[in-house]
Design a protein. Sequence first.
Lengths: 305, 235
Amino acid sequence: MVVQPMELLEQILFGLMIGGIYGVIGVGLTMIFGVMRLSNFAHGEFYMLGAYFTYTFVTLMGGDPFLLAPLAAVAVGAVGIAINRLLFKSLYEELKEAKGAAAFYFQDLKFIMLTIGLSILFVDLALVLWGPIPISIPSPLTKHIVKLPGGLSFSLARLIAFVVAIATLVGLYAFLKFTKTGRAIRATAQNPSAAMLVGVNIYKIYDITMFLSTGLAALAGGILGPIYNVYPTMGLDVVAKAFVVVITGGMGNVIGSILAGFLIGLAESLGGLFLGTEYKQVVAFVIMIIVLWVRPEGILGGGRK
Amino acid sequence: MLEVRDVSAAYGKAIALKDISLYVGEGEVVSLIGANGAGKTTTLRVITGMLRPLRGDVLFQGRSVVGMEPYQIASLGIIHVPEGRGLFPDMTVRENLEMGAFLRTDRDGIEKDLEFVYSLFPVLKEREKQLAGTLSGGEQQMLAIGKGLMGGPKLLLLDEPSLGLAPLLVDRIFETIDQINKERGVTILIAEQNAYMALSISHRAYVIENGVTVMEGTGKELLGNEHVRRAYLGI
């Protein structure tokens, strides 16, 4: 098979675009792990809800999905806070009291089962509310083609999705690095009891973390909605990928997840080109295995906690 | 200023404190001495709301703090430098100190306290941009105390400030604790296994054994006490 240079360039750009979205989804998942030490298997459903909320807002209010996706993200983030307070809080209360590694792992097992249950619940809820038939969110921007020099062309929708993803990641990084709340989130991730002792209300930090995590997943769903199909089980297809990104990047590490998102997006895109699209799905897992082989803690993970 | 009244506490079924009582007067340095596992750390954890007592009360400036969350207790001016130093390892020295002042909004006061901490421990200023996790044990202890001071404490709780430090550094740390009390008027409660050092800078002290206070006295009295000398000073 001969690959044309232009085709290669196209796939690289395509991979970077998808990589940015993987980064946004993965960062949300890694934040929950880093701050709350919990693995959220319902993360993909917040992505799905983001897409459906965006669809619903477009249907109800009219307007472009790219403008309404952030609104959907805020709404889903509010759902995230509600779930945190109603369901998760009692579990990490118990975690706080528990001592020793065994307690921690049993705790995590409970949480895994809880979030798997939530995932099923949300999928069924979406089936009831929006039906099983895949829909696409109408946006004129998908038909608007941008021509790049060299004969490359992309829909404006894809370009906007990419720009939104990058802007979100940069914004999140700046928030965590330079604001007082961001610093408190990092402090809680690094040493929760010390954070409490300097006066951080860690329950508020957990709320904010859940809001950001679920909101980011929802934003990704909202901006991909006009490009791909929206259907109740779309989150299940994404959650495995999100975990691959988080594990490859180093669990709990925000920058690691961003890098891993781009790495896996690119690898999938190029893997599809060189190996054929039927192998595309397996590429992410192969990358994860190779990274873990060389660095069991992931690209930027491990070391001190 | 602080009064602990008949407090009992447990981790699960393991009883750690049995009706412990103590008080700390304004401006005092008070030590809790005792062996590993005697209940010193647990006492501090109860005071700062990290552990709910089974029974008993903790009063700070006449007001009960039992049932309050740790962040609320911290906002009253009780600052706890915990066992293991309580640092944020992947943050810089400067960021750790700023986290210490998390609840404060008085920028001038924070700036002044930062200068005070840097004057106590000039090495922290040199390492301002270094990650806390990469500091030596002694530097980490200095940072832990500095971070505590940044909270503008009325009452400073120090848990094992000498742990893991070379003897020369231990002297230095205790001199600084004394200086903080004298120059700043900060009331200090220390939990310490190094009984000699703790008693020599304390106004008063309590000896804790198996979750009970078995003895109380001034630093000098306890330094001269036969039981204390044999059990804790190795004389």
